[in-house]
Design a protein around this ligand. Sequence first.
Ligand SMILES: NC(=O)C1=CN([C@@H]2O[C@H](COP(=O)(O)OP(=O)(O)OC[C@H]3O[C@@H](n4cnc5c(N)ncnc54)[C@H](O)[C@@H]3O)[C@@H](O)[C@H]2O)C=CC1
Ligand SMILES: O=C(O)[C@H]1O[C@H](OP(=O)(O)OP(=O)(O)OC[C@H]2O[C@@H](n3ccc(=O)[nH]c3=O)[C@H](O)[C@@H]2O)[C@H](O)[C@@H](O)[C@@H]1O
Length: 405
Amino acid sequence: MKIGVVGLGYVGIVTSAVLANQGHHIIGVDIDQKRVDGLNCSVNPIYEPGLDELLKKNTGRLFFTTDYSFLREVDLAFISVSTPTVNGEIYLDYVFSAAKSLSKVLRKDAVIVMKSTVLPGTSRKVREITGIETVSNPEFLKEGTAIEDSIRPDRVVIGSTSKEAGDLVEEVWKFTNAPILRTTPEEAEMIKYAANSFLAMKVSFINEIANLCEKIPGCDVNNIAKGIGFDKRISPYFLRAGLGWGGSCFPKDTLAIASYARSMGTPLRLVEAAIQVNNERPRKAVGLLKEMMGSLKDRRICVLGVAFKPDTDDTRESVSIKIIRLLKEDGATVFAYDPKAKTDLAQMTSLDECVNMSEGVIIATEWKEFIGIEEKLKGKYVVDGRRILNPSVLGYKFRAIGLGE
Ligand SMILES: NC(=O)C1=CN([C@@H]2O[C@H](COP(=O)(O)OP(=O)(O)OC[C@H]3O[C@@H](n4cnc5c(N)ncnc54)[C@H](O)[C@@H]3O)[C@@H](O)[C@H]2O)C=CC1
Ligand SMILES: O=C(O)[C@H]1O[C@H](OP(=O)(O)OP(=O)(O)OC[C@H]2O[C@@H](n3ccc(=O)[nH]c3=O)[C@H](O)[C@@H]2O)[C@H](O)[C@@H](O)[C@@H]1O
């Protein structure tokens, strides 16, 4: 098929590469000229394991442009533009702007596929604006394992009002062999928010249990997570206690659905509580350090990990960035190291420099590279925010999330 992909970010580039690899011809459109020029010269603006290789392997079937008119002949066009929250509410202008541009160029029998995460009713509105069948096909990939998640998703959700349009989208994802759920567009949109909210809530739940475990001598939240995770009804996933959830999606999606629900007169109290618990996590990390070090004024602190999670260079809503800000507010001099991500807020150094120059260390992201660095950390005040260190090696200048004294 000839497929358009509008919005070349994490989702758009991965979708382009994966579908090109299935033999489709992809025309990717973005408003960012630099991004498009880079992609046409095999310069990938994002880091995602395996993505560079997949893009290179399929260069013959991938074309990137800022010009929507190249989409005239496509059978379907994905919308994968950003849907941020502004003042706690979803901002849909990028989606509607993309839809208007598509309406000027697409064939009337083409299909628009909404991959962006949008509130219930948005895909239907895009259909009204464009006069073109619009199918909701939410994306569930995780950064860091985006290609694998896209090729082998747990399920594919297709929400359509037209059976034929839904069938066309089903045809595209048939290769995944994943269970396919056909729904209304609103149900598909709601499934996406319910999934992200539930996962975020699960993490906030274990983080609250971690807070309690810290008060109980001999109690380690990791063992509690293991113990409850064996129960198939709970499952072991998304029970890693730590410094909370960041990234481009959980924070904005929980806020968007909570605010939407309030506007409908049915607040999502559990989701709101999960957000509140999460908002407290950065201060928690700094608090644990202060419990050991006292005032942080003019003290040198190393933050290990800047990305919101390992295997990505994405720092959007990263807990680490929030921790760096809090440390600076307390007057600390902050150094940071991350294998892939960068920030202007702290002095970026190598791992060894970061640790050696500092009195205190906070592990904010669980990169593999930080596993087994206990020897390097000896003598420093350490907060293990992601539970990757062996507490018995580090002794008394050490605090870990969810570990009772
Ligand atoms: N990042 C992720 O892991 C996931 C993201 N999503 C959802 O997918 C959507 C996209 O997310 P990301 O890929 O992270 O976004 P992103 O911010 O990385 O990329 C979005 C791209 O859209 C472009 N864009 C904005 N307006 C445009 C327009 N009118 N025409 C053409 N291009 C335009 C921007 O220049 C940018 O390159 C969001 O709704 C997000 O919630 C869903 C699942 C996973
Ligand atoms: O809508 C989206 O954009 C995506 O959001 C998340 O994916 P992602 O944000 O890439 O990363 P996750 O692996 O879900 O991690 C999110 C945050 O939760 C934290 N987390 C995750 C799991 C856990 O057990 N504990 C924990 O603290 C991570 O450190 C990270 O900060 C969802 O997992 C995807 O299914 C969804 O498609």
